[in-house]
Ligand binder design. Structure first.
Ligand code: B12
Length: 277
C-alpha cells in the first residue's frame, strides 16, 4: 500500500514524540492485521482461563476474550517501557494501585494523544485498557505485528534490546500508518531455555495445546507448552505473600505490596547488556 506524505510524516513524528515522552520502543501495526489474531482465536478454546473473575468485568458487551475494535481505528500504536532488573519496583502493585511502570506507559500515550489533538484534531485516538475485558487488545500479538520483537518460549514478547523485560500499552488511531513489523528476530532458536527451566510452577513442562486440537499453529509458549493455570498459581502465592509497605512513587499511604513472579523474564539472557540504560 502506498502512503501519503502526511502519513509518512506522522509516522516519523509520532515515533520521535513517543521516545521523547519516555517510551523505550514504539511500533505500528494495522488494525486489519490484528483482527482475530492468535490470542483472540485461542481464547474460547483455552483449557483454563484461571482469572475467570475478569469475565464479570466485561464492559465491551462482547463475549469473553473478544476484542472491541473502534469502527474507525486503523493503526495500533504500541509502546514498550523497559522494566530492568535494577528497577524491580516498576512492576510492584500497591493494593489496587497501578504499578509505576504502568503509570509511565499511560503518561506516554496520554501525551501522544494530546500531541495528536494539536497536530490534527480530526484524528480519532483510542486509549486501550490493560484488560481485554475492559476494551484492551492482546498486546503481545500487536507488539509482534508492530515489529517490537517475537513471542519467546516463555510466551512473552522478547525484544532485541531489553529481552522480555518490557511492559506494553496500545493506542489506536484513525490514521493509516505504515506497519513497522513483523521483524525477523528469533533469539530462542538456539537457547537451552533458561526461562522455562526456572519456572517455580513448571508451567512450561507439558504440551497443553496442539495445533491439531486448537486449529492454529501460534500457541502459548510457541508450541503450546505454557499452562496458564500453573502460572496463575504462582501469582496467587505472590498475592498471599504480599507485605504492607509504602511505595512513594505511587502513594504515601501504606498498602499491600505485591511482587509478582518474573522468573521467565529474569532468566532470559536476551538484552541483559542493556539492563541499565
Ligand atoms: C491475562 C493476563 C495474564 C494471566 C494469563 C496469562 C496468559 N498468557 O494467558 C496471568 C495472570 C497468568 C498472567 C501472567 C503473566 N503476565 Co500477563 N497478561 C495478561 C493479559 C491481560 C492478557 C493475556 C491473555 O489473555 N492472552 C490470551 C492467551 C490466549 O494467549 P497467550 O497465552 O498470551 O498465548 C498467545 C501468544 O503466545 C500468541 N502467539 C504465540 N506465537 C505467536 C506468533 C505470532 C507471530 C503472534 C502474532 C502471536 C503468537 O498466541 C498465543 C495464543 O495461541 C496481558 C495484557 C494484554 N492486554 O495483552 C498481560 C501480559 C501478557 N502479561 C504480562 C506479564 C509481564 C506477565 C507476567 C510475567 C507476570 C507479571 N509479573 O506481570 C506473567 C507471565 C506469563 C507468561 N509467561 O506468559 C505482560 C507481558 C510483557 C511481555 N514482555 O510480553 C502483558 C503484555 C502486560 C503488560 N503490562 O505489558 N498474565
Amino acid at each position: 500500500m502506498g502512503y501519503s506524505e502526511r502519513q509518512l510524516q506522522l509516522a516519523d513524528i509520532l515515533r520521535e514524540k513517543a521516545l521523547a515522552f519516555g517510551a523505550d520502543a514504539v511500533g505500528y501495526a494495522s488494525v486489519e492485521s490484528l483482527r482475530d489474531g492468535p490470542s483472540e482465536k485461542l481464547f474460547p478454546r483455552m483449557k483454563d482461563h484461571s482469572r475467570d473473575h475478569f469475565a464479570e468485568e466485561i464492559t465491551t458487551g462482547l463475549p469473553h476474550g473478544r476484542v472491541f475494535w473502534e469502527e474507525d481505528a486503523r493503526t495500533a500504536v504500541i509502546i514498550a517501557i523497559a522494566h530492568p532488573k535494577s528497577r524491580p519496583s516498576m512492576d510492584w502493585w500497591c493494593g489496587e494501585i497501578n504499578p509505576p511502570g504502568n503509570r509511565m506507559l499511560l503518561q506516554v500515550t496520554k501525551k501522544l494523544q494530546a500531541f495528536l489533538k494539536e497536530w490534527d484534531p480530526s484524528v480519532s485516538v483510542y486509549q486501550k485498557r490493560y484488560h481485554v475485558e475492559r476494551g484492551g487488545i492482546y498486546l503481545k500479538d500487536a507488539a509482534v505485528q508492530a515489529g517490537l520483537g517475537c513471542i519467546g518460549r516463555n510466551n512473552l514478547l522478547v525484544t532485541p534490546e531489553f529481552g522480555p523485560r518490557v511492559r506494553l500499552r496500545a493506542m489506536l488511531i484513525s490514521e493509516e500508518l505504515p506497519p513497522t513489523g513483523p521483524a525477523d528476530f528469533d533469539p530462542c532458536r538456539d537457547c537451552p531455555g533458561y526461562c522455562v527451566q526456572h519456572c517455580p510452577q513448571n508451567a512450561f513442562s507439558e504440551v497443553i495445546y496442539t495445533p491439531e486440537e486448537s486449529g492454529q499453529t501460534r500457541l502459548p509458549g510457541r508450541d503450546g507448552h505454557y499452562f496458564r493455570r500453573s502460572c496463575n498459581q504462582e501469582m496467587l502465592r505472590d498475592e498471599a505473600a504480599a507485605e504492607t509497605g509504602v511505595m512513594p512513587e505511587v502513594s504515601d499511604k501504606p498498602g499491600e505490596i505485591i511482587k509478582y513472579c518474573r522468573n521467565c523474564e529474569w532468566f532470559c539472557p536476551v538484552g541483559s547488556e542493556r539492563e541499565d540504560k
